[in-house]
Design a protein around this ligand. Sequence first.
Ligand code: DLL
Length: 442
Amino acid sequence: MTQETVAATSEAVLDREETISRDELEALQLSRLQHTVAYAYDRVPLYKRKFDEAGVHPTDLRELSDLGKFPFTTKEDLRLEYPFGMFAVPQHEVARIHASSGTTGRATVVGYTKKDLADWAKLVARSLRASGVRPGMKVHNAYGYGLFTGGMGAHAGAEALGCTVIPISGGQTERQITLIQDFKPDAILATPTYLLTIADAMMKQGIDPASTSLKYAVLGAEPWTEEMRHELETTMNIKACDIYGLSEVMGPGVAGEAVETQDGSHIWEDHFRPEIIDAFDPSVVLGDGEHGELVFTSLTKEALPIIRYRTKDLTRLLPGTARPAHRRMGRITGRSDDMIILRGVNLFPSQIEEIALRIPELSPHFQLELTRPEGQRMDQLTVKIERRESVSVEGVASAAKVLQQQIKIHVGSSCAVDVVEPGSLERSNGKLRRIYDMRPKA
Ligand code: DLL
C-alpha cells in the first residue's frame, strides 16, 4: 500500500472515551476526581498541609462543583518542593523525569510512572489522530528532545498511534530540510514559529515549501493565531492543527484539535478536569465562555497528581464539537506573566501577530522591545518586524504606518514600528522569545 492510500483509506478508530456522552463523562470525572484528591492527600505532604489549612477534606468532594473548595497549586509549590517533594510514589516506581529549563528560577521537576507514560502516549496519539495523522504515516518530530516534554511526549504518542517516527528534535534546520526532502514525511510536529523558520529556510534554498510531501502539521508549545495558521497552511500547503499541554499537568496532549473543524483544541476531559478562574480574583470560578485563567486537575495521574494547577494561560472553555463530550479551549491569548502593561493598557504578543499578518507587506517575524528612554517616566514599545522578501524597502513605509495605526485602534496603545531587513531577527528552534524587556530594573 502506498503512503497516499494509507492517508486516504484509513478511517480513524476513536477511543471509547472520545465518543461517550457528557453525562457519562462527568460521572467518570467525579469518581476519578474523588480518587485523585484522596490519593494526593494521603501521599503528598504538601496537599495534606494545604487541604488542612483550607479546612477541606477529600470527603468534601461530593459533586464536581465541590472542586472549587480545594486550594490551588502553583509553579511556586513545585519549586519549593524541588526536586521530588510532590511525587506520590516511591522513586523506584518513577519511570521517567522531565523538567522545565529553570531559566526563570529553580527548575520544576515532573515524574511519570509506567502507567502515566502509557496514558500520556495514548492522549498524544488521540490528539495526533484528531489532527489528521494516521497509523502508517511518517512523522517528522521537530519538538526538542530532552528534559522538555515536547520531543519525547510527541514521539511516544506518534509511536503509540502506529506511525513511523523521525526523531530529529529542534534545530539543525538545513538537515531538517534535507530529511524532509529525502524521507518524505506526511506530518510534522513542531512549534509554529519553528515551522516558520523551516519554511523560510526552504525558500532561501530555492525550495517551494508547498511542494514537499508534508500534509499535516501539529503545532503547539507557544501561543499562535488564526493568521499564523493561514500563513503556514498556504505557504506549506498543509493542514495545521493545535496541540496544547504543559509539563506540570502532563506535557503535550492535554488537548488536541480536530482537523475537520479546526475550531480549537478539545481538552481530554476523561483525564483532566478544567476550570476557568478570574486571574485577579482566583476565588471566582467563571462559567463556560468567559475569559480567564485556565486551571487543571489531573484525574488519572499516579506519580504527580496535580490539584487545581494554575496554568497562567488565558483562554475560555467552549462546548465540544468534533468530540461533543469534551469541551474545547479557545486560542490562548497569552500567559498572564507574558502580558505587557504599557501605560495602563494590557497587550499580548499574539495581538500584534494577528494585526501584522493582515498587512501583506509585513512578515510574521517580529519582536517587541520595551524601553524607558533616558529621563522619561513613560515606557516605549517598539515593534521590530521584517518586511517580506518580495517587498521593496520603499514599499514598506506605508505598511509601518498601517501597523502603528491598527495597534492604536485595536489594542489602544501607541508604539513605534521599525521595519527591518528579512532574516535580521532571531529565529526560533522551539519556543520563540517575542518580548525583549530592556527597561531599567526597579
Ligand atoms: O510546551 C508542552 C507541549 C509540547 C505542548 C509540545 C504542545 C506541544 P511546557 O514547556 O511546560 O510544556 O510549557 C507549557 O506552553 O502553559 C502554555 O503557556 C504554552 N503552550 C503549550 N501549548 C500551547 C498551545 C509544553 N497550543 C506552556 N497554544 C503552557 C498556546 C501553548 N500556548
